[in-house]
Design a protein around this ligand. Sequence first.
Ligand code: SAH
Length: 202
Amino acid sequence: MTRMFAASLFVFCVFAWGAIRFPHEMKNRRKNRVTVSHVDRRERIVLFISLAGLGLIPIAYTVSMAIRDGRGILSSADWGFSPTLAIFGLFVWIGALWLFYATHRQLKRNWSQTLELREGHTLVTDGVYTLVRHPMYTAFFLWGVAQAFMLQNWIAGLAGIVGFGTLYLTRVNREEAMMREAFGTQYDSYVERTKRIVPYLH
Ligand code: SAH
């Protein structure tokens, strides 16, 4: 496993993630009316920061490395490359993809990329949603961890955790407030028996 190969595998998994999401994105556009929306400028900005950290920066790093013979735009921030860490990162990525797939399959039409509720929205509390309230966000953090282990670069590697962390911290309270308003005591009792993103811990 070389640095270039690990970075290419990382980018391949980003596209696999896109392939899992794409059909849901299309379905939502068709006939899935939004009834409540809390999307504002702040939400749009943090969505972009997250997209940059998890996608744009590591892809630019990898592509520039490929076309400039191993010297990417951020190569000066590389750590010494460990193939073992990269392989560990790949396993974390595979776990993230599985979890992401599971959350989409469970949320079905209740999914939104942002702070919205849909017509006929139901509260999902079974399957992976019995473990934590935000398993899709857990999957995004695992993507960030995989990115750090596979790219082994101070900027391109850590941009995912920082970018998604920014989105998570500004969104999670607002999302829970929106869910509480819509589902009342049903949501309160769900909150009482679950943690947010790490079972039993947080
Ligand atoms: N935070 C969840 C969902 C992310 S998608 C997770 O990490 O798995 C974001 C949208 O999903 C929110 O805007 C809300 O409309 C919806 N949502 C969040 N939790 C939900 C739940 N338990 N059941 C149904 N819809 C939910």
